[in-house]
Design a protein around this ligand. Structure first.
Ligand code: DHB
Length: 312
């Protein structure tokens, strides 16, 4: 019997696949659809303190090898997602869900996290340090000084299970520097990767999304090698208490298998979920199980992190 069950922060999930924040998670209806699919759990759209309209449309475009988006953090505000999660804690007490959040400033991030800390929320919180799409607001995790300041302040009061969503890094020195910071804190996980920020996709002579003259975060097949490199780089560098969630370029069971081989304990699906709908979870799970069966692996622990290198 092959199983794709997993654990994050000590919570059990019957499947390692879930949505990536930003896809199928803006409304309760979308979240319920993911919840009731073959996915192991869901993460909400990244919540800010208040409702946000986001950037003007068109702001998300599927393209042949992936997607480009500049949504601009549209969301229904923290209370909308927190209230739904508190409802689910009553109706589905045996399942655990993820709340994604970030403030429009460090002060707002602390206000939000203090509200979550004071609430009855018992699930997992993902602090998004990597939104590339709000004009004038840089991706936080590319600024190591600010990142360290935020984490040191957060862990002075936040005691619930917390992980961070990271942008892709592209230099070995940056993997080293980022991991050295994260290892100082009681993070439960890092999620690698958010979109590759600020790409440009052109059709005929024009961009395909309106905000920022067409610049947007790239997802899908374009980003799998970068995603796998980030998953594995942090798997090699982080203390074992910090788990890895793998996100980026997951179209097939083979892609999920590779993320786990690189060290992922959970695998998120973004662009493919947007293109295919929640049926993607069952398909990818079936494909992943077939690979495991063929290789004689019964569970994820049998191959997690066991990427092979070519000996000297
Ligand atoms: C948005 C995009 C992201 O990649 C992210 O992490 C958060 C928000 C957005 O544009 O809405």
């Amino acid at each position: 019997m092959v199983s794709t069950s997993t654990q994050i922060a000590g919570f059990a999930f019957d499947n390692c696949l879930m949505n990536a924040a930003g896809v199928a998670c803006m409304t309760k209806e979308e979240l319920a659809e993911v919840k009731d699919s073959a996915a192991g759990t869901f993460v909400t759209k990244t919540a800010t303190l208040e409702f946000r309209q986001g950037n003007p449309e068109p702001r998300y475009q599927d393209v042949p090898l992936g997607s480009i988006n500049s949504m601009g953090l549209p969301n229904n505000g923290l209370d909308y997602y927190l209230d739904y999660l508190l409802e689910l804690q009553e109706s589905e007490p045996n399942r655990t869900f993820f709340l994604s959040l970030v403030g429009m400033s460090p002060e707002e991030t602390h206000t939000i996290l203090k509200k979550v800390q004071a609430s009855d929320f018992k699930g997992i919180t993902e602090l998004n340090l990597s939104c590339p799409n709000v004009p004038g607001k840089p991706q936080i995790a590319y600024d190591f000084e600010t990142t360290e300041k935020i984490l040191s302040e957060v862990f002075a009061y936040f005691t619930k299970p917390l992980g961070i969503k990271l942008p892709p890094y592209f230099d070995i020195v940056h993997f080293d520097q980022a991991a050295a910071i994260f290892n100082k804190y009681p993070l439960k996980f890092v999620n690698c990767v958010n979109s590759i920020g600020n790409g440009l996709y052109i059709e005929d002579e024009s961009v395909v999304i309106r905000p920022k003259n067409g610049f947007g975060g790239i997802g899908g097949q374009y980003i799998k090698p970068t995603a796998l490199a980030n998953v594995h780089a942090f798997y090699q560098r982080l203390k074992p208490e910090i788990q890895i969630i793998g996100t980026g370029g997951v179209l097939t069971g083979r892609d999920a298998f590779e993320h786990i081989l690189c060290g992922a304990s959970m695998v998120q699906v973004g662009t493919t979920l947007h293109k295919e709908g929640v049926a993607a979870f069952e398909r990818i799970t079936t494909e992943l199980k077939a690979i495991m069966e063929e290789k004689g692996y019964e569970n994820l622990e049998d191959f997690r992190g066991k990427l092979k290198y070519i000996e000297e």
